[in-house]
Design a protein around this ligand. Structure first.
Ligand code: CP
Length: 305
């Protein structure tokens, strides 16, 4: 039995196979319509979500399976003090696979240690969000036709943005990747990512506060929201929240085949005027999230086609 807690739980071969399955699902959806018939997915969401929860639920339904779960901790027995470990044991009695989002870093790991069914981390605090990373990789592959030889700009809240941490770990495995880390000083990427992922693997990166300066060399621009819910001080959030706002004028110096990604939800960091630019990929990225999660559910449940 396999869990997905961090992107490091998947080998390069497994990631490539998941992307290939997702592309086959996109091309041949009817082939997959019943592969999870009789199976149940449980979604345990202790933190708000629109895309991740609903794309998992939609993915399971399109595979012919069923869905149970809760969308807020208050409607579960967590409100009465039940532990994550006990909840995982209970859900193992009802479902074949579970997806957990939790405000505490490490909660899905605790669930996996107490579960008899596969556990998928759907985001734990400011730590990891591996299925967003799979979504991002599928999107980059479909938009650029490759996952190597790319200059990737990551812009905004690189400190608390868990999607950025997982994406760097995943993209660092591919050849000739350069990262441009664009953030205010207070929201720089944590040292452990720089030391354990970038420097340890000899990956080229630069840190800058200037989106304008970085723009001309980027193949990918990954915008992120400033994570209000992770700030201790509202004043700091208000001061930093509009550090970067992508407007059409800022794209004047960008490559014509730039791919603009964002895990969403967005607040102010991408002007809605960008949405009609063909380089804006973020709503196609949302749809890719459903397909890659279909591929992942199928893989972890070990169901045959
Ligand atoms: N990208 C993402 O995780 O979105 P939700 O918070 O809506 O699930």
């Amino acid at each position: 039995m396999k869990h997905l807690i961090g992107i490091e739980d998947l080998t390069n071969e497994e990631i490539d196979a998941l992307i290939a399955t997702a592309e086959d699902i996109i091309a041949n959806p009817a082939k997959y319509a019943e592969v999870c018939h009789g199976k149940k997915l449980a979604t345990l969401f202790y933190e708000p979500s629109t895309r991740t929860r609903l794309s998992f639920e939609s993915a399971m339904m399109e595979l012919g399976g069923n869905v149970i779960g809760f969308s807020e901790a208050q409607s579960s027995s967590a409100a009465k003090g039940e532990s994550v470990a006990d909840t995982a044991k209970v859900i193992s009695c009802f479902a074949d696979i579970m997806v957990m989002r939790h405000f505490k870093e490490g909660a899905p790991m605790v669930a996996s240690l107490n579960s008899t069914i596969p556990v998928i981390n759907a985001g734990d605090g400011g730590h990891n969000h591996p299925t967003q990373t799979l979504t991002d990789l599928l999107t980059i592959k479909r938009e650029k036709g490759r996952l190597d030889n790319l200059t990737v700009g990551l812009c905004g809240d690189l400190k608390f943005g868990r999607t950025v941490h997982s994406l760097i770990s995943a993209m660092a495995r591919y050849k000739n990747i350069k990262f441009v880390l664009i953030s205010p000083d207070e929201l720089k990427i944590p040292d452990y990512i720089k030391q354990d992922v970038l420097e340890k693997n000899g990956i080229e990166y630069v840190e800058t506060a200037s989106l304008d300066g970085a723009m001309p060399e980027l193949d990918i621009l990954y915008m992120t929201r400033v994570q209000r819910e992770r700030f201790f001080n509202e004043q700091d959030y208000i001061r930093l929240k509009d550090s970067y706002i992508l407007t059409p004028e800022k794209l004047d110096s960008a490559k014509s085949d730039l791919a603009i990604l964002h895990p969403l939800p967005r607040v102010n960091e991408i002007s809605v005027a960008i949405d009609k630019d063909p380089r804006a990929c973020y709503f196609r990225q949302v749809l890719n999230g459903k397909y890659i999660r279909m591929a992942l559910i199928k893989y972890l449940l070990e169901v045959a086609r």
